[in-house]
Design a protein around this ligand. Structure first.
Ligand SMILES: C[S@@+](CC[C@H](N)C(=O)[O-])C[C@H]1O[C@@H](n2cnc3c(N)ncnc32)[C@H](O)[C@@H]1O
Length: 295
């Protein structure tokens, strides 16, 4: 299924892309927001479309191939924003968008190992060219390390039970697939969560994905870098999907405001309305924060 861009109208309303603007789309993904930004900035503008996932980047290039002159595709981590803009001789930007986390393409493609609903190899890397996979973590980290990861990045109350179960299961042989891990988590905490809507494995999968991709540090570095590059009056929009990310964004905005560099546009984060949640259930936990550069 194609990826439906989340909080689409709200992002465009606040980002305010104009003809000739240079916009940094840190997480181009399926190109949902990028397509409309490209239309609005026109042939005199420039969209720097970044994604850490090579498949996403190929998709964007194919989708917008006739817009070559205004589109620059970069298969990189957005935390490298200073290098990405530096090597292209760009010293200021007119807007930045971060739409964090996974896309529907990741969740729908079992072979990427992100989903507890689709069986596949336990991977979870956005960038498959290097780094450690979820399989490496689950099979080689100590019980204590696993507990910390699952607790800190998944906010799983029963992290110790999950970590213990993983360590006992792997004695019988490596844990290789998302299906195997989902079953292990289910066995570990099934009796603890009888009446909750969230899938039992959701917290553990979120934790491993955040750890494998070092997502929280990337947001911290990427958002701070983008703020430095914004021209006065330009805006940064960040959509996050869980409280750990949202807290980081909130704190960066607060600190930059204290230093006199930013005005906060959204005193409270914006979320999807009833219709958007109905059309796109994945949007339900989205939170959009917007800030404007002062000096
Ligand atoms: C929610 S999707 C973005 C969807 C996009 N806005 C759209 O409308 O189609 C998030 C994307 O960010 C990418 N991503 C996650 N962390 C990243 C990072 N640190 N640097 C660059 N891309 C990243 C993922 O690969 C994924 O494609």
């Amino acid at each position: 299924m194609a990826h439906l861009p989340v909080l689409f109208e709200e992002v465009l309303l606040h980002l305010r892309p104009e003809p000739g603007d240079v916009i940094f789309d840190a997480t181009a993904g399926g190109g949902g927001h990028a397509g409309e930004i490209l239309k609005r900035i026109g042939p005199s503008g420039k969209l720097i479309a970044v994604d850490r996932d090579a498949e996403a980047m190929e998709r964007i290039m194919a989708k917008f191939k006739e817009l070559n002159s205004s589109l620059t595709c970069v298969n990189d981590d957005f935390r490298n924003i200073r290098d990405i803009l530096g090597v292209r001789g760009i010293s200021t930007i007119d807007g930045a968008l971060f739409d964090l986390g996974v896309s529907s393409y990741h969740l729908d493609d079992g072979s990427r190992g992100f989903s507890f609903l689709k069986d596949g190899p336990l991977d979870m890397r956005f960038d498959t060219r290097g780094g450690i996979s979820a399989r490496d973590v689950v099979n080689t980290y100590s019980q204590d390390e696993l507990r910390t990861i699952i607790k800190d990045f998944g906010e799983e109350r029963h992290a110790l039970l999950v970590a213990r179960r993983i360590c006992s299961a792997r004695k019988a042989g490596a844990i290789n697939t998302t299906g195997e891990l989902a079953k292990i988590v289910d066995e570990a905490v099934g009796s603890k969560y009888r009446h909750q809507r969230l899938h039992l494995a959701a917290r553990t999968f979120q934790a491993l994905r955040i750890f494998v991709n070092d997502e929280l540090a990337a947001v911290r570095e990427g958002a701070a870098g983008a703020i430095d590059y914004l021209r006065p009056g330009a805006r940064i929009c960040v959509i996050s999907f869980h409280s750990l990310e949202d807290r980081i964004v909130k704190n960066i905005f607060r600190d930059k405001k204290k230093e006199g560099h930013l005005d906060i546009v959204t005193k409270k984060p914006l979320g999807p309305g009833f219709d958007e949640i109905r059309n796109n259930p994945r949007s339900r936990s989205a939170k959009l924060r917007v800030a404007e550069k002062k000096i």
